[in-house]
Each structure stands twice: as C-alpha cells, then as structure tokens.
Design a binder for this molecule. Structure first.
Ligand code: GLN
Length: 292
C-alpha cells in the first residue's frame, strides 16, 4: 500500500472520533514513528510503498486510536517543555498548562539567582509533590541545574516511570515514595510545587472520554465534598517544611481559585498571586511564607 492511500484510510476511519485536522496530525505522528520519516519527508512521500510489517504496525495504532487510547500512550512518549517523557497508564500525560507553571518557577528562580548569586552559597532546594511522569521536577532540574530537586509520589508505578525519565533525560532527582496526607520529613525546601488531583465528580461531564478511560484516576479526581483535600495537606506540610522566605506553587482547578487563595490566607501564607493559563482560566497560585 502507498503512504497516501493509507493516510486516506486512516483519516476516514478516525472521522467518528476526531476532526479532520486531528486525524491528519495523528497519522503523521504514527507514520513518523513507524517509518522513521520526518513530517516534511512524509508529505513528499505519498507515493512511497509501505512494507507489510510497517503497514500492520500503522493499522494496529489506528485500532488503538479508535478505542480512544491517547496517542501519547500508544507512542509511549509525551512532549513537555522541549523534553520527551515516557508515559503509560500509571501517570498523567503532561499538560501544556503545567508547562506554564514550570515556566513561572524557572523565571522566578533565575531572577532570584541574578539578585542573590553573590551572597547565596546554598543551592536552592525544590520538592514536587505528586510527581507522576516526573515532568515538573525533571524539567526544573534540567533548566536549573544548580538546584537540588526532590520528587514525591504515592504510586510506586509512577515512581518507576519518573525514575526512567530522569535517567533518560540525564538529571539527578531524589525520589520519595510516600502519601502526602501522612508525610513527615526533616528536610526543608526553598520551593514546594504541586499539581495534585483537582477534578471533582461534577466536572467529569466536561472531560474527554480518552482522559476518563485511559488516564489514572488517582492523579485526577477528588471528592466533591473536599476538593481542596490535597491543597490543604500540602499547605500544612509547606508551613513546616518551607524555609523562611520560601515559596509554594500550585496548579489549581479553574473553578476553585478563590477557595484556594482563602485557604492559603487562613493558613498564614502571604503575597498570594493567582495566574491564568493560556486559555484565560485561573490555573496557578503562588504563595510565600513570611521571613522570620
Ligand atoms: N488539567 C488536568 C486535566 O485536565 C488535571 C490535572 C489534575 O487533576 N491535577 O485533565
């Protein structure tokens, strides 16, 4: 079969599940990986014959797409902040809004370093809570190589994926397997960051079925009764485990910005800042601890 003909078949078969631009994009991602051809080469090669084995591989990817498997799971990789991460069903696929959170921290650290570099002899230390694929701590360590980065998750399966990513990307991270709801630690940090589960049952209806069926519910959902459960636990932990002048960064549920800020104020955090993501949704919060 020729590439062009297979592409047409793909697009037709994916029509009930994806719009035509998405279907085209999914084919090019699949073909890029199976045939090892760049996307521009692929566009020029419509008449190229595909051998039987590659054809079977591409058709099997098509089957997975038809049952709603995310392309990142099929290809076992996801792109985040210019890096490539392994992902599987045990970790959340890194999201673009989380890139914005990471960007905020990198830019704050660079500013801080520019001011403080002559006086500060200590490396800043960072802890990411609920690390999943490791996209947050690994990207931070890659861009802030002088920082000491630790990373916590309750799921041993997620830690395996995150460790593999750290090794592949070539950064040193201290991994901790623990439940933040019952976690005590002697070390203190300059920065604590988290993208904890924040989707309530009442928001499930807004979600794409791919996410609901194929991504880990442990990383996504909280009960409607106590949607800030993890935020409260992390804020309490940060009160004891942030150094004076340290900062807490959260990715948040777009509908719970006000509640998150109030909770942080109640716990005595200062200089609380809310930011929106690229889609204009309340998505990130930063809070400081008084210097005492
Ligand atoms: N933003 C993610 C999503 O849509 C959720 C991330 C989270 O729960 N922490 O699906």
């Amino acid at each position: 079969m020729k590439i062009g003909a297979l592409e047409e078949h793909y697009k037709l078969e994916l029509v009930p599940f994806y719009d035509s631009e998405e279907a085209k994009w999914l084919f090019s991602l699949a073909a890029e990986q199976v045939l090892n051809l760049s996307r521009s080469k692929l566009m020029m090669a419509k008449d190229m014959e595909i051998n039987f084995i590659d054809q079977q591989k591409l058709l099997s990817i098509l089957n997975d797409l038809q049952i709603g498997k995310p392309i990142q799971h099929i290809l076992a990789e996801a792109h985040f902040y210019g890096l490539v991460f392994n992902v599987d069903e045990n970790v959340l696929i890194p999201r673009p809004e989380t890139e914005e959170l990471v960007e905020w921290i990198i830019s704050d650290c660079n500013k801080w370093l520019a001011v403080d570099s002559l006086t500060s002899s200590e490396k800043p230390s960072i802890l990411d809570i609920g690390t999943g694929s490791g996209c947050i701590p690994i990207t931070l360590k890659k861009h802030l190589p002088y920082a000491k980065v630790s990373s916590l998750d309750i799921s041993p399966e997620a830690i395996i994926v995150a460790k593999q990513n750290a090794r592949q990307i070539g950064v040193e991270i201290n991994f901790i397997e623990a439940d933040i709801l019952h976690f005590k630690y002697e070390e203190k940090f300059d920065i604590i960051v988290s993208n904890p589960p924040y989707i309530r049952d009442l928001e499930k209806a807004e979600m794409h079925h791919n996410v609901l069926l194929h991504e880990p519910h442990l990383a996504l959902f909280v009960s409607d009764d106590n949607p800030l459960l993890f935020y409260k636990a992390i804020a309490a932990f940060a009160k004891t485990n942030l150094k004076p002048g340290g900062q807490l960064y959260f990715e948040i549920n777009e509908y719970l910005g006000k509640e998150t800020i109030e909770m942080l104020e109640d716990k005595g955090f200062i200089n609380i800042e809310l930011r929106q993501d690229m889609q204009g949704k309340d998505r990130m919060v930063k809070a400081g601890l008084d210097v005492r």
